[in-house]
Design a protein around this ligand. Structure first.
Ligand code: KG4
Ligand code: ZN
Length: 335
């Protein structure tokens, strides 16, 4: 038998997802049941609501994933699952389902870190080569990660406060946009100009860390002040100015890291990696680094999905990183 088949689970936040992945880089199926509609009216993810949706969706997703991939349990080599970081009630649904299937069908259980999963989404754009550096930008995390090998992750810099995606969503709320606002702000930004000169935090500091709370406050103060004096600010220019500040800081710290860490690839991953402004900017910056290939997670796989968990799971499988059936969810799991 020359193909490895992994059944992968992702349920850390507000998407229930099950995928069947062949040899770590081919998607046979990737079912994603999103709950965004249910959370929109609350302006963010409500953990209790999320857990309930996961419970309702998970068995349907498993059935669909197997059917679409045209495989049965007997064809599988392993089960991979996100066990953290994330919402504990949400994580538990995926972890429990994965453990049941591993037990019932006597399959190895692969524990996957959600953030490693995001990085491995890039494996569907091209083969990840080591050493690599990853700019990992999502709703909960903003990190620069050094990968010495397939399962060797080291955080070299991270946000001191808000994650980039979190800043997008909070600023979006002030603009009256629906949650999650990242995509809409990205689109608005392309219609406006950087006219507000928002701060670029920690730009001069000699580290790889980020901070977005000052930018968020500057944005909110600008909008509130305009409200008070009865002035109407252009949403497109606000969005463009905010995005330019975020992209500048992300690009600058990434370039600094590339100057000090010789790597074969820069990987861009996480929900905010879908940002067109950021993708274009890194394309531009990487021209200076002739020996570094830019590997961007495919747009469709930037958000949470189980395909990326299957890809990370395959790397773990090759290094025989397995869990016992007492695997538990770890909401604050780190690399
Ligand atoms: O990785 P992800 O799907 O979930 C987490 O693990 O957090 O990331 C979701 C985040 C949200 O904050 C959303 O607003 C943001 O990614 N996002 C974007 C874009 N698309 C999604 N942010 C900026 N530009 C985008 N095009
Ligand atoms: Zn995520």
């Amino acid at each position: 038998k020359n193909r490895n088949l992994i059944l992968a689970f992702e349920s850390s936040c507000d998407e229930t997802s099950v995928a069947v992945i062949e040899n770590g880089n081919k998607i046979l199926s990737n079912i994603v049941a999103t709950q965004i509609k249910s959370h929109k009216r609350f302006g963010g993810v409500v953990p209790e609501v999320a857990s309930r949706h996961h419970i309702e969706q998970i068995t349907l997703c498993i059935a669909d994933a197997l059917e679409q991939a045209a495989v049965t349990y007997a064809d599988l080599d392993a089960v991979a699952v996100t066990y953290g970081p994330g919402l504990v009630g949400s994580l538990l649904v995926g972890v429990t389902a994965a453990k049941m299937i591993a037990f019932a069908h006597d399959l190895p259980l692969i524990p996957v870190n959600h953030m490693a999963g995001h990085i491995y989404a890039a494996n569907f754009a091209g083969e990840i080569q080591f050493p690599a550096l990853a700019l990992l930008v999502s709703g909960g995390h903003t990190e620069l990660v050094y990968l010495a090998g397939p399962n060797d992750f080291k955080i070299i810099g991270e946000t001191r406060d808000d994650a980039a995606g979190e800043a997008y969503d909070k600023v979006g709320r002030v603009l009256g946009l629906a949650y999650p606002a990242g995509k809409e702000i990205d689109e608005l930004a392309h219609k406006g100009k950087d006219t507000f000169a928002f701060p670029r935090a920690m730009e001069k500091e000699d580290n790889y860390d980020f901070s977005f709370s000052g930018l968020k406050s500057a944005f909110i103060n600008t909008v509130h002040h305009a409200d008070q004096v009865g002035e109407t600010l252009g949403k497109a220019d606000l969005a463009a100015s905010f995005q330019q500040s975020v992209v500048d800081v992300l690009a600058q710290k990434t370039v600094r890291a590339l100057e000090n860490y010789p790597v074969k690839q820069l990987i861009l991953a996480g929900g905010v990696a879908a940002n067109q402004g950021l993708r274009d900017r890194l394309d531009e910056e990487l021209k200076r680094f002739e020996d570094v290939e830019l590997l961007k997670a495919p747009l469709k796989l930037c958000g949470d999905n189980a395909a990326m968990i299957g890809a990370a799971g395959y790397a773990a499988y090759n290094d025989k990183i397995f869990a016992n059936l007492d695997l538990n969810a770890d909401p604050s799991l780190e690399f």
